[in-house]
Ligand binder design. Structure first.
Ligand SMILES: NC(=O)c1ccc[n+]([C@@H]2O[C@H](COP(=O)([O-])OP(=O)(O)OC[C@H]3O[C@@H](n4cnc5c(N)ncnc54)[C@H](OP(=O)(O)O)[C@@H]3O)[C@@H](O)[C@H]2O)c1
Length: 321
């Protein structure tokens, strides 16, 4: 079978469409024929080995795991003898960590849920990492509640476009922040208000929010505190650079412990129960993944190159077969 592998850390040129052995499912595994995958910033961080922190788990000098792609949607081809939930022919989607930029993937059944029949493979593949990040950030870290005023920074990107729709599904009043060209798109996915970050600073326009969800991570802790209501919560999922991240990780918790405004970071977990929540939201049409571009597997390097420019409108999908 064909898979995208990377030889070494570097620019997208290190990605190669390679012939590898088709995997066989272990006793507790599901073999899925991939129909679509999607790209996430995690893929280009891993490919480049940047920031250096990713090499602490991924291999300091060369990558331990040369596969890319976490998000997947496809058809079950075979299952191990202990698998009861799925059988051949079932349509599934989920998050496999790494390896979905390939024709086949083997993973445990906890990694997958059923793909709703009314949702395309491309749309389902767009959902796992970005959707789980937005859901867990808003619900678990952000303690989102109906009637709140919520601001989403980076509302037009992969995570942000899910965050706008999920925040609306909770009955909140949503403000989305994006560049000029994406304002209409952010409105079209449900934002009640929009802020053009090229014209206006959301932390200095006199508005205050109960919940700020930052999928960009480019503002200081004092900026967030200024834009929060007295009991407000800010959740930061986006990564801009190491100095900015350090500036969130150290003063954020200290100031949160000392005052009523909370600044929290987020690490997404591939929880099956949350994939099931996404499945319901997708099936009900409450969340409709926004697909900016689709690339065939052989052009996955172009998909990563485009995503890395940092201005995707929704998700970048890789189609397989
Ligand atoms: N913490 C976690 O566990 C976790 C999990 C998943 C992702 N992440 C991180 O979350 C971030 C977002 O991921 P993603 O998939 O959404 O990335 P993405 O799709 O590449 O996001 C790109 C978006 O960022 C927007 N943007 C760029 N500069 C901006 C600015 N100054 N102000 C507001 N928006 C701006 C762009 O909007 P315009 O084109 O309008 O500028 C574009 O729509 C990444 O840093 C990623 O590494 C973290």
């Amino acid at each position: 079978m064909k898979a995208i592998l990377f030889r070494q850390y570097g620019a997208p040129q290190v990605l190669e469409l390679t012939e590898v052995e088709k995997p066989a499912p272990g006793e507790d595994q599901v073999l899925v024929k991939v129909c679509a995958a999607s790209a996430n910033p995690l893929d280009w961080h891993r490919m480049r080995g940047k920031p250096f922190l990713v090499r602490l788990t991924g291999g300091v000098f060369k990558p331990k795991n040369r596969k890319l792609g976490a998000d997947i949607a496809g058809r079950v081809e075979a299952v191990g003898k202990n698998i009861t939930e799925f059988g051949p022919g079932d349509e599934v989607f989920g998050s496999v960590g790494a390896g979905s930029f390939a024709e086949y993937v083997c993973a445990g059944e906890a990694r997958f849920v059923r793909k709703p029949a009314n949702v395309s493979f491309e749309a389902a593949a767009a959902a796992p990492v970005a959707g789980l990040t937005a859901l867990q950030g808003l619900r678990d870290k952000g303690e989102i509640r109906a009637g709140q005023k919520v601001l989403i920074n980076g509302a037009s990107g992969g995570v942000g476009s899910f965050a706008v729709q999920i925040a609306k599904s909770y009955g909140t009043e949503v403000t989305g922040v994006s560049s000029t060209g994406n304002l209409e798109m952010v409105r079209s996915i449900g934002a009640d208000h929009v802020v053009d970050y090229t014209q206006e600073d959301f932390t200095r326009n006199g508005q205050h929010y109960d919940l700020i969800y930052d999928a960009v991570g480019n503002r200081s802790v004092s900026d967030y505190r200024r834009a929060l209501n007295p009991m407000g919560i800010c959740v930061i999922s986006g990564f801009t650079n190491l100095p900015r991240m350090t500036g969130h990780m150290i003063p954020g918790p200290l100031l949160s412990a000392a005052g009523k405004k909370k600044i929290r970071g987020q690490m997404t977990k591939a929880a099956k129960k949350d994939l099931a929540v996404l499945e319901e939201l997708l099936e009900a049409g409450k969340v409709v993944p926004l697909i900016d571009r689709s690339y065939p597997l052989s052009e996955a390097a172009d998909a990563i190159r485009y995503l890395e420019m940092g201005h995707a409108r929704g998700k970048v999908v890789v189609t397989v077969g």
